[in-house]
Each structure stands twice: as C-alpha cells, then as structure tokens.
Ligand binder design. Structure first.
Ligand code: SF4
Length: 270
C-alpha cells in the first residue's frame, strides 16, 4: 500500500468552512461558540485539558511519523516529544487554568507516564499511511441533496493499514472511558469516514478511537467503531441543523458542566 502524501493544512482552511470541533463546540454551548468563533472575545485562560491533549497529539504524531519513515521510537523518545510540546504549551501568552492543587509538573508527569503506557498498549498498526491528513469536502443537505456553501474541513489524526484493512484513527485524551452511546453515536468517526471517501484512500476504511485515559493509573483503550448509512445521514443532519442555528445567530447560553472551566465566563456572567 502506498504512503499517502500529507498536504499542509492552510489550503483546506480557505473559504467558508466548518469543522467537527466547531460543531461540537456549538452543541456544548452556543454562547461559548459565538465568543470563540464569531465575536472574537478575548479568553481569560486556556483549559489544561486542551493543552494536555495538544501535547499528547504531538507526541503520538511524532511516534507514528517515525513509524511511517521506518523507525520505531523508544519510550524515552516519545516521552521527550510529549515533554517538549508541554513546555511549548506552558510558554503560551494565555495562562493555563489548573485544577485545584494541580501543578504544571504534575501534568507533565501524568503525560510522561501515559506515554509509557501508550508505547506498551497503544495501537501499533502494520503500516502508517498518513499522519494529520487534512481534508476539505463538500457537505450536502441531507434532505435535498443540495451542496451547502460551507465545506467540512479537518485533519484525520492517522490513517493506517492493519490486518488487511484501512483504518482511520482518532486519538483522544479523556478522564473516563467512552460509554456505548458515544461509541455508537459520536459523529466524528461518521464525518471522518465520510471525508475518507474523497481522499483516495484504499476502499472501505473503518475507524478506531484510541483513547488515552487520564486515570490515576493511565490506560489506553483502542476502540473499533462502525458507522453505516444511517449514521452518515445523522451526521449530515447534525451539521445542517447546527449551521442553520449559526447562520440565524442563535447563540443561547447553555449553563452546565462546561461553565466551570470556561474561558469566557467573565464576559458571560456580566
Ligand atoms: S460560562 Fe457557561 S454559559 Fe457562559 S459561555 Fe461559558 S459555557 Fe457558555
């Protein structure tokens, strides 16, 4: 199987577009979405979970890129890749918002321990075909089939060949295990498998969530997920409905779990 050529992302981000993370952000809290993507409100801080996830993604990308180039990194090299990126995150102008009693060193140690578990229990495919593969694809209205004037953009964390299958892999960090509802209905795999149709991948890819758990004892869950035509239509309906809300300027607050770490709370509470 040929290694896919990975293009730099900017071209895919030109013109009107929306991503899975933007739609999920709108679903969590439309007001937060508006602060971030519409009004350009200055955030007060960054969530540690986002910075941590970025550092983990960078370390895994380093690991899989090395595999794509024929080299297996050692545990120490993967841990160094995580630590290096964590240091970059700490230098950002926006302060990180740590949980009570938690320090930057605690988080780094958690990530270093997690990288050891990843090297032992993580997904080790037969061949890595692409890392951070960007895409930009048309979105049809699920009712009319008409192409929307906003494209779906994103980047697939990894495409791999394993045991005769092509697999689209999404890395996640999470505080707890994914439940069955998420495994069945999360529209991210549906969206990425839909995008994969246009990326010249070998036919009929499947998907995997690789979840790195931030539990006291770190763990890695490698979770195959399947999606059918019904799931694809539900994903397209979700995009169409959320885009209608955004275009209509419907940005209500959704007070809930996301408020505790919200970088726009000061403005929201006025
Ligand atoms: S504080 Fe809560 S309601 Fe307000 S924008 Fe943030 S998440 Fe939404």
């Amino acid at each position: 199987m040929n290694v896919l050529h990975t293009m730099p992302p900017p071209r895919e981000r030109e013109g009107l577009h929306v991503s899975v993370s933007q739609v999920k952000s709108y679903q969590i809290c439309p007001a937060k979405y508006a602060h971030h993507y519409v009004r350009g409100t200055l955030p007060t801080h960054r969530a540690v979970s986002l910075a941590f996830g970025t550092a983990v993604h960078a370390a895994l990308a380093t690991f899989y890129e090395a595999q794509m180039n024929g080299r297996r990194l050692t545990v120490e090299e993967v841990q160094a890749a995580f630590s290096d990126r964590w240091s970059v995150e700490l230098r950002d102008d926006l302060p990180l918002h740590f949980d009570d009693g938690q320090s930057a060193d605690d988080v780094r140690d958690q990530g270093v321990a997690m990288m050891e578990v990843f090297c032992r229990d993580g997904f080790m495919p037969d061949q890595v075909l692409a890392v951070e593969l960007p895409f930009r694809v048309d979105l049809p209205d699920p009712d009319t089939g008409e192409i929307l004037d906003i494209a779906l953009v994103g980047a697939i964390d990894m495409v791999a060949a394993h045991q005769g299958r092509t697999i689209v892999v999404e890395h996640k960090t999470a505080a707890r295990r994914f439940d069955q509802t998420r495994l069945t209905y999360d529209f991210q795999p549906s969206a990425y498998l839909y995008a994969a149709r246009f990326l010249n991948l070998p036919a009929d890819p499947t998907a995997i969530f690789q979840v790195l758990l931030k539990t006291k004892k770190p763990a890695v869950d490698v979770l195959p997920v399947t999606r059918n035509e019904t799931a694809r239509m539900e994903m397209l309906d979700t995009f169409a409905q959320v885009l209608k809300g955004i275009e209509a300027g419907a940005f209500p607050r959704n007070r809930g779990w996301a408020c505790s770490d919200c970088e726009f709370r000061r403005v929201c509470d006025r």
